[in-house]
Design a protein around this ligand. Structure first.
Ligand SMILES: C[S@@+](CC[C@H](N)C(=O)[O-])C[C@H]1O[C@@H](n2cnc3c(N)ncnc32)[C@H](O)[C@@H]1O
Length: 266
């Protein structure tokens, strides 16, 4: 177990937990790296500058943020999350990366954009496997506030599993889900190497994470996620349209797994 018998989180321990996080997430998302790559391609193309200001919404330990900085070293990324454990891992592993700042901010709060203390409008907001955690009303509020800190023509890029309307296309929605299940059984006939729950059970045993784990309990974050809060594509499209995004559509897709893009009205 990484870090057992230590009471201070060091960089090597944080890196080991993050490496294990990447494997755990990749288990659910065979195309995770391809999706990161395509999403960053879109930022590079659309940002219009080598040093864009980018918000990573629900950054976890910083997986997308650091990949973006690897590709665009002059970018500035504000990596936003509300989970103290994942923030502690990201800050300890990558805290001194040029251009990267972690922000402990809850995307559901009314004042989340103000808490970022941005010095100029952001060129893009990116996100992976995170925004479906927000209930529809909170998601719509989040998109509306995001629009106030993005520059005109700025981009929202959301990589997530987002479903078509099951009342309109029930067979297609069912097939989409069955294909994911079949692929997972084919990849892992004996079950996932490590589940989300398994990763959290393991890290709870590491005393090096004692303080952020206690803070996580305090915030009751493990009780917030039921898995199906905003998985409907239409919930996102409606929220983006209401927030003033002019062009909204899927720019990359494999089954339900897609990158939904929104371009803020110029
Ligand atoms: C499955 S993880 C994905 C993390 C990372 N983007 C990745 O692709 O590895 C979902 C993340 O969304 C974050 N999240 C969920 N609700 C949030 C909220 N209201 N405010 C900020 N972050 C949130 C969680 O804490 C978690 O880190």
């Amino acid at each position: 177990m990484p870090g057992l018998n230590q009471d201070v989180l060091d960089r090597e321990t944080a890196q080991r937990w993050i490496a294990r996080w990447e494997i755990q997430q990749q288990g659910y998302l065979p195309d995770r790296e391809d999706r990161f790559t395509a999403l960053i391609d879109a930022v590079e193309e659309a940002a219009g500058r080598a040093d864009p200001l980018v918000l990573d919404l629900g950054c976890g330990p910083g997986s997308l943020s650091v990949r973006l900085l690897d590709r665009m070293p002059a970018a500035r990324v504000v990596a936003i999350d509300t989970d103290p454990v994942l923030l502690a891992l990201g800050r300890t592993a990558y805290g001194d990366r040029d251009g990267l700042r972690f922000a402990d901010v809850d995307l559901r709060s009314n004042g989340w954009t103000g808490e970022l203390a941005l010095d100029r409008p952001a060129d893009a907001a990116v996100s992976t496997t995170a925004l479906h955690w927000l209930r529809p009303e909170a998601l719509h509020g989040m998109y509306a506030r995001l629009a106030t800190v993005l520059r005109p023509g700025g981009l929202l890029l959301d990589g997530d599993h987002l479903r078509d309307d099951a009342t309109a296309v029930p067979t297609l929605v069912r097939l989409g889900q069955v294909l994911i299940e079949r692929e997972e059984r084919r990849r892992f006939p004996d079950g996932l190497p490590e589940s989300w729950q398994g990763w959290w059970e393991a890290i709870k045993e590491d005393p090096a994470l004692g303080a952020p784990l206690a803070e996580r309990e305090q915030r009751r974050l493990s009780e917030d996620h039921h898995g199906s809060e905003s998985v409907q594509l239409a919930t996102h499209v409606d929220g983006l349209r209401a927030a003033g995004f002019a062009e909204i559509g899927t720019i990359w897709q494999r089954g339900e797994n897609r990158i939904l893009a929104g371009v803020l009205a110029p």
